[in-house]
Design a protein around this ligand. Structure first.
Ligand code: B12
Length: 413
């Protein structure tokens, strides 16, 4: 049986890690039951080449986020127009958030909701339920993502061309302890719950061995984590750093940090010892009211601590701010400016809220017909609040970007 996985194109140079996980698990599971498969991976837009290559498959499985959903649908339509007998499966963030809508599409035969490894095996072995639920596997049931299949060498080469670093990404945890209203993670891994939905953390030796494999295969000289919150708690971060040092892994790396989980300076001392070069922090706002309102789970003081400790330990600090929370006022923006001036991040991103399906801000009556290929948090024409028009938000974003650039120049002069 020929199965083709497709990741529609989006402007970034990250590898399709989710598909890599699925392919590895499918290959192992089907081998165990003696089921013969020919598995392919294609990455690109709805160009003829992709559709022609995929059209000789028995199953085409397409991954999509909301901004890539339009392309994904076009690919599915084109493939079906060449070969209507192909079974077309959709999975990933958008179909997980809106399965009922996606399955209505004529060119989609099946939607897989949630983590796709086991469900994809079931699909290949014949399960044809229109909406098939994914299963949360424990880390030791998962295989390392199949980096050869997803052509990781290509994205690593591209990273080198773009920023001089041969970078690959890895996953430490599945699940997140917080539920921010603007994030759709909860739809994928469920609401965190210590008992029956704990954070699933990998064995460090297994992870470090995978990193070592990527280093010797692709000559990577830098790595990142895909985890939205890498720092599940202080002792796990410290234990990972100790394990990395003990393993003899000296590679530089970066990770996303949630300020509230690592409120101890020694965490940053260990991160520095383990050659962590940058922390990326979703600060979102300098206003305590807004942070509380969106369920961020961190306080301004915690943010200040993290930025101070990281600086003292020589770790680079990137901050992300999200404009356009529903009740945000001019005063809240002033608090954000004040916070930026205090924490002095090395890099900053200012985005505008995008009400992605799966997030608490998605409202079908307003957003059902949004063309998501035109919308993301960097730029969108759809979001406004009671206090700010869409243009106000764009102007504020532009003002903050310029202001930060100026500050950075002054600091560096
Ligand atoms: C790391 C990350 C990125 C990385 C790239 C990740 C990558 N490898 O491609 C970067 C920074 C480049 C990025 C970019 C974007 N991202 Co992003 N990203 C994430 C993050 C933090 C983790 C995703 C991840 O890699 N998980 C680990 C891998 C192993 O899992 P996975 O890819 O999700 O795959 C699993 C399932 O999704 C499913 N699955 C996936 N594909 C398929 C396909 C089939 C057929 C099946 C059956 C199942 C299936 O099974 C997989 C294995 O279990 C999530 C948020 C989060 N909290 O997790 C947001 C998130 C996925 N991103 C999001 C968005 C919107 C974007 C961008 C549009 C942002 C932008 N403006 O650039 C782009 C779009 C990228 C794209 N290719 O479409 C949203 C998606 C919301 C939505 N409704 O679509 C999320 C949920 C964050 C949020 N705001 O809520 N992202």
């Amino acid at each position: 049986m020929k199965i083709t996985f497709i990741q529609p194109y989006y402007e970034n140079v990250w590898e399709a890690l989710g598909i890599g996980y699925i392919i590895a698990y499918v290959k192992k599971s089907l081998k165990e039951v003696g089921f013969d498969t020919d598995i392919n991976f294609l990455h690109g837009n709805f160009d003829k080449n992709i559709c022609t290559q995929a059209s000789t498959s028995d199953i085409v499985a397409i991954s999509c986020t909301s901004p890539t959903y339009g392309n994904a649908l076009q690919i599915a339509r084109d493939i079906k127009s060449i070969n209507p007998d192909i079974h077309v499966v959709f999975g990933g963030w958008h179909p997980t958030a809106l399965p009922e809508e996606v399955i209505k599409e004529e060119s989609v035969d099946q939607v897989i909701v949630g983590e796709g490894e086991l469900a994809m095996v079931r699909c290949i072995l014949g399960s044809r339920q229109p909406i098939l639920k994914g299963v949360k596997l424990s880390p030791d049931e998962l295989e390392w993502p199949d980096r050869v299949a997803i052509k990781n060498g290509r994205t690593i080469d591209l990273c080198e061309k773009m920023n001089g670093k041969r970078t690959a990404s890895f996953q430490l945890n599945r699940g997140c302890k917080v539920h921010c209203k603007f994030c759709s993670e909860v739809k994928m891994t469920g609401r965190h719950n210590g008992k029956n939905n704990p954070i699933r953390t990998r064995d460090f030796t297994d992870l470090l061995t995978e990193i070592q494999y990527a280093k010797s295969t692709y000559n990577i000289d830098y790595f990142k984590f895909v985890d939205a919150t890498f720092d599940r708690d202080a002792h796990t971060v410290i234990d990972f750093c100790k394990a990395k040092i003990g393993f003899g892994n000296t590679l530089p790396w970066e990770a996303n940090i949630h300020p509230s989980f690592v409120q101890r300076k020694d965490v940053f001392e260990w991160l520095a010892k383990a050659n962590c070069q940058q922390i990326n922090v979703g600060v979102e706002s300098g206003s305590p009211y807004i942070l509380n309102d969106v369920g961020k789970g961190s306080t301004i003081q915690q943010v200040k601590n993290v930025f101070r400790w990281a600086k003292e330990c020589g770790i680079g600090r990137r901050a992300f701010f999200l404009l356009g929370m529903p009740d945000e006022t001019d005063e809240d923006i002033d608090y954000t400016i004040e916070l930026i001036d205090t924490i002095e991040p090395d890099v900053v991103g200012f985005t505008i809220l995008a009400p992605y399906p799966g997030s608490d801000f998605y409202e079908p009556q307003f957003h059902e017909h949004v063309d998501w290929s035109e919308v993301d948090e960097y730029s969108n024409d759809i979001w406004s609040t009671a206090n700010f028009s869409n243009q106000d938000l764009k102007d504020t974003q532009a003002y903050l970007v310029e202001r930060f650039k100026r500050l950075l120049c002054e600091r560096q002069a």
